[in-house]
Structure formats: structure tokens, C-alpha cells
Design a protein around this ligand. Structure first.
Ligand code: N01
Length: 515
């Protein structure tokens, strides 16, 4: 049944609506509360917090950034089990942080946002959800995450397959892989983590590789009990450890700007492959022919040795078709299959930053149309033509070399500043100047020229036309410096002539209280 779009003034006015209760949305909520802004809601499409770490729970799933860095600076955890924590420990950290900061009353679950429209007359957003509900707010924050919608490959016959099919981000834990013939498609960050875990269980594992990944060794060390105790007892030691990890990761940005250096360094992972893979032909096929760093560099000590197992075959011929019980490659070879696992990544067209719903800003601005040739914003946060709209991990604020949580914190601080500055000025909305956005994007694209990302490969960093709309092309401390203080001259600060007709109703003082 079509829901009635309520007259805006019938709805209680929230200060902020956040989309998504993952690392980004929760960080935003914590920063708002710290700033004394309590009249907000998080709309979450699922039934639990966690985002990526709720969805990705395949065997072997773990973070490839060190846990002491891949956690909020303001919510330290002294007892991370390992350098790189598994997904369930990260998800538990997210659950614990949600409780610690009292965020649950602010979250509305099963609320998938499906529309958002800005009204310039009152400077307010109306946000609709799939259940037919509407929310009205001054500020609207998209924290919905870029790698989010599973990409299902368009392989002829996939829909005719009679066995089990699932995507790595929708792992079916009820399906027992024991003694099954399994086809795994894709060799990105997800596949290289689950392939070594399932290989000992299955009867046969065919790993379908289109492009090999550069995989470097992983520090598998667990933290000793004494280390955890020291981190707990002397927070300065934990901070020093985190600082060291930060700068070690930052150092990895240098080869990005110097492809020659990257090519020299890649002799090490080349040797790593030769050392770990017994069959020279398989080792050759696993060795990428593009410069390291062009695609995301992966870490694993288990991936390459998996190909020494007699029940594992690396398949590099292209896929021709899938039949009811098998998969056929372009050389005509047919391999039987009980199960197909799609490690094929996520949808990365403009939807990487903008989900499939209409979002309109000032007259003439419709985000899906404005971004049809590639998403552009300022610092990955604000977008000209879309007042009081903010993003976390928006265009060109992704990372390949350090923790995205660092960026998220800087972005959330910046957004709080925008809201506070607007209040201070007594204005209703801020709109990024088009010129600022244009200059920033020129600067970003210029910085990307000559980097390792332009040396010839395809990845979710680049669009089909080669434009990189994903990555922040400098050190992260430069991002922190640029977002530390809002430059007021970069925005128009607008006061509406026609104010909202109805004030916040009694008893609706905070979003949490209105639950
Ligand atoms: O996805 P991907 P992912 N036929 O896009 C192949 C993050 N992550 O889920 O390279 C055959 O990297 C595709 O081949 P090609 C991380 O940022 C983080 O593994 O396009 N193959 C590729 O091999 C990562 O970058 C952690 O030629 C097809 C693979 O599928 C991102 O998530 C852990 C195909 C997709 O790889 C995504 O990783 C895991 C087809 N039709 C992931 N279509 C952390 O620890 C696609 N492929 C933080």
C-alpha cells in the first residue's frame, strides 16, 4: 500500500538523521552526543549494528589493518587478541562501544532509507524509508558505506545452477561444505581470506582467478597476556603502540607516488610466491603482471600454500557458462560443482557512494544524475547543491594504506563543526561553493596522475573510464589537517525566509526520548 507523504510540519523536527549503524554512523552519533546534540536518529536497514562487520562473517574474515589502529581513538581496547583481529572480535567491539556510549535508544532498525529531499524554503530534509515512514531533519548524514551492495557477476547460466550459490558477504553458515565440490569465483580481499579456511574441508576447490592479487605476509602474532596487561595498566604504552602502527602504515604511501620504487619493492612478494607455491606454473599464474599497489595489496600467510593442496586447483581460463551441476571454461573444460561461492566484490558504479534511491538537493540537483559520470564532493564529506548533507567515507576519502577509522573520526569532527558553525551564525543551511568543489577535485585528480593507481589495472578504485573516485591520494595526516577547521569562506550560509511552520512538539526534546 502506498504510504502517504506527510506534510513536513506534521513530523517532529530532528537535528540530525544518520543513515547506517556501522563504524561511521556510530562514530557520528558519539561525536554528536559529545557536542551536546541529542536530538538525532540513526536509521539502519538491518536488525543489528556493525555494517560491514555484521555482513561479512565468512570463514577467515578478519581486518587487514591492525586492530589497535582499526578502532576508535576515543574508545581504546587494550586486549585485542591479535595484531589483525578476526571479524567476530571487531563486531563485539562495535556492540560493546554501542552499549558504552548509550547509542541503542537512538537507532531505528529495519529502516531502509529510500528517499531524501531537501526543502530550501525551510532548510530541512524529509527522509523516507521502505516501511513508509518519514523523518524530518536539519542535517542529513550518509554513513551507508561504499562497499556494501554485493556484485553478482553476469555469467551465462548462473541462474540455472541447481546447487548452492552465495556471495561472500552473505555467507550461508547452514550450508555444510564438507566433501563438496566447490567453485570460488574471484581472488580479492574476501576470497583470499576464506579460500585457505574452506580448502581442508571440501572434496575439491576450484579457485577461479581473473586477475591475480599481490599478497604479502601477514603478522599473525597474538598479543601476550603481559602485553595486554601493560596496555591496560599504562595507557601511554598502548598509545605509543598505536602511534607506531600509524606511522608504519603511513610509510606505505610512498611507493604509491613512486611506481619505480613500488616495482623494486615487489621483488619481495614475488619471491614470497616462489617460496610458498611448489608448482612453478601455478606460481607463475599467481604472480600479477601489474605494479604492486595498483589494486589493494592483500595480506595472508595461508593463501599461497593453499595451492599446494592436491584438492585445490587454480583456474585462470575465463568462464564460458555455468550449467545445472558444473562450470565450463572457455577452453571447453567442464568441472562438476555442488556449490558456487561468489567472492566477486561489491557494486562500484556511482552507487558505491549513492545507494539506489532518489536524493534531491537545491532545485536542479538530483544526486544520481549529478554523479552519473562519477561522484564528486569536497573532502569526501560535503557536496555543492546539497545543503546540510554530509557523507562519511565519501568520494576520494577511501584508503589503501591506513585505517579508515582515522578518516571517519576526522569527518565526524568536521560535520559537528559544520553544524555548530551554522548554529552560531543563526543560519538555516550551509551549501558548499561549486568553485571550491571544482578546485578540490582538480587537485585530487592531478595528485593521482603518475601514481601507482594509474599504471594499468582495474579495481574498485577506478571507474570504467579510469577515473579514480575512491582514494584519498595523500597521507592521512594531510586529511586531518584539512578537516581540522571548517573554512567558513568555502560555504554559503543561508537563512530561510519561510521558516518551518511548527516547532518541535512538547515531549520530543530528544530523538532517544521519542522512542
Ligand atoms: O572484492 P574485490 P572483495 N568473473 O572487488 C573478481 C575490502 N576488504 O570482496 O580483479 C570472474 O576486491 C575480481 O576480478 P578482477 C577491501 O577494501 C577489506 O574481495 O576484477 N571474476 C576480483 O578478483 C577490498 O578491496 C577487508 O579481475 C570476477 C574479485 O572478484 C574490498 O573489501 C577484507 C568477476 C573481487 O574482488 C572488496 O574485497 C576483505 C567475474 N564476472 C575485503 N567479477 C579488510 O580486512 C569480479 N571478479 C578490511
Amino acid at each position: 500500500m502506498a504510504s502517504r507523504v506527510p506534510v513536513q510540519s506534521e513530523l517532529p523536527l530532528l537535528d540530525v538523521v544518520i543513515v547506517g549503524a556501522g563504524f561511521g554512523g556510530l562514530c557520528m552519533a558519539i561525536k554528536l552526543r559529545e557536542a551536546g546534540i541529542e536530538n538525532f536518529l540513526i536509521l539502519e536497514k538491518d536488525t543489528e549494528v556493525g555494517g560491514t562487520w555484521r555482513d561479512n562473517n565468512y570463514p577467515g574474515c578478519a581486518c587487514d589493518v591492525q586492530s589497535h589502529m582499526y578502532s576508535y581513538s576515543f574508545a581504546p581496547k587494550a586486549d585485542w587478541s591479535k595484531r589483525y583481529a578476526p571479524w567476530d572480535e571487531i563486531q563485539q567491539y562495535i556492540l560493546d562501544t554501542t552499549e558504552k556510549y548509550g547509542l541503542r535508544p537512538f537507532i531505528r532498525f529495519r529502516q531502509e532509507v529510500n528517499s531524501a529531499h531537501f526543502d530550501k524554503d525551510c532548510g530541512e530534509w524529509t527522509v523516507g524509508t521502505a516501511t513508509g515512514e518519514f523523518y524530518r531533519c536539519k542535517h542529513f548524514v550518509l554513513a551507508s558505506g561504499p562497499l556494501h551492495v554485493p556484485a553478482i557477476p553476469n555469467i551465462p547460466g548462473l541462474d540455472k545452477f541447481k546447487g548452492k550459490v552465495f556471495h561472500s558477504a552473505r555467507w550461508d553458515h547452514d550450508y555444510d561444505l564438507t566433501n563438496k565440490k566447490v567453485v570460488s569465483i574471484g581472488t580479492g580481499g574476501s576470497a583470499i581470506q576464506y579460500v585457505p579456511e574452506i580448502a581442508p574441508k571440501v572434496d575439491k576447490l576450484y579457485v577461479f582467478q581473473r586477475t591475480p592479487a599481490w599478497v604479502i605476509p601477514r603478522d599473525e602474532r597474538r598479543y601476550l597476556g603481559i602485553e595486554k596487561k601493560l596496555f591496560e595498566r599504562f595507557p601511554v604504552l598502548r598509545k605509543l603502540h598505536r602511534t607506531r602502527l600509524y606511522w608504519t602504515n603511513e610509510a606505505r604511501v610512498w611507493p604509491v607516488f613512486n611506481p619505480m620504487l613500488a616495482r623494486t619493492l615487489q621483488q619481495l612478494p614475488k619471491a614470497f610466491i616462489r617460496l610458498q607455491v611448489k608448482d612453478p606454473e601455478t606460481a607463475r599464474k599467481l604472480t600479477p603482471d601489474y605494479t604492486i599497489g595498483c589494486k589493494r595489496v592483500l595480506i595472508s600467510n595461508k593463501y599461497y600454500p593453499t595451492f599446494n593442496r592436491p584438492n585445490v586447483e587454480l583456474v585462470t581460463e575465463g568462464i564460458q557458462e555455468i550449467r545445472e551441476h558444473s562450470i565450463v571454461t572457455k577452453d571447453g573444460v567442464e568441472r562438476p560443482a555442488d556449490c558456487i561461492i561468489l567472492g566477486t566484490g561489491f557494486v562500484v558504479d556511482p552507487r558505491i557512494y549513492m545507494k539506489d534511491f532518489p536524493l534531491t538537493g537545491l532545485p536542479g540537483h538530483e544526486l544520481q544524475r549529478d554523479w552519473k559520470d562519477g561522484a564528486e564532493s569536497y573532502l569526501g564529506v560535503t557536496t555543492s547543491g546539497y545543503p546540510n548533507l554530509y557523507q562519511l567515507v565519501g568520494p576520494n576519502s577511501g584508503l589503501g594504506h591506513n585505517s579508515i577509522i582515522f578518516m571517519i573520526e576526522a569527518q565526524a569532527d568536521y560535520i559537528v563543526q559544520c553544524i555548530q558553525t551554522l548554529r552560531k551564525k543563526g543560519a538555516d543551511y550551509l551549501n558548499l561553493k561549486q568553485e571550491v568543489q571544482r578546485k578540490f577535485n582538480e587537485e585530487v585528480q592531478k595528485a593521482i596522475q603518475g601514481t601507482v593507481w594509474t599504471t594499468g589495472c582495474t579495481s574498485w578504485y577506478q571507474q570504467d573510464d579510469g577515473k579514480n573516485v575512491a582514494i584519498w591520494p595523500w597521507s592521512t595526516w594531510r586529511y586531518w589537517l584539512r578537516t581540522r577547521k571548517v573554512n567558513e569562506s568555502e560555504y554559503q550560509w543561508v537563512t530561510c525566509h519561510k521558516k518551518a511552520s511548527k516547532p518541535l512538539p512538547e515531549g520530543q526534546k530528544t530523538a532517544a526520548a521519542s522512542a
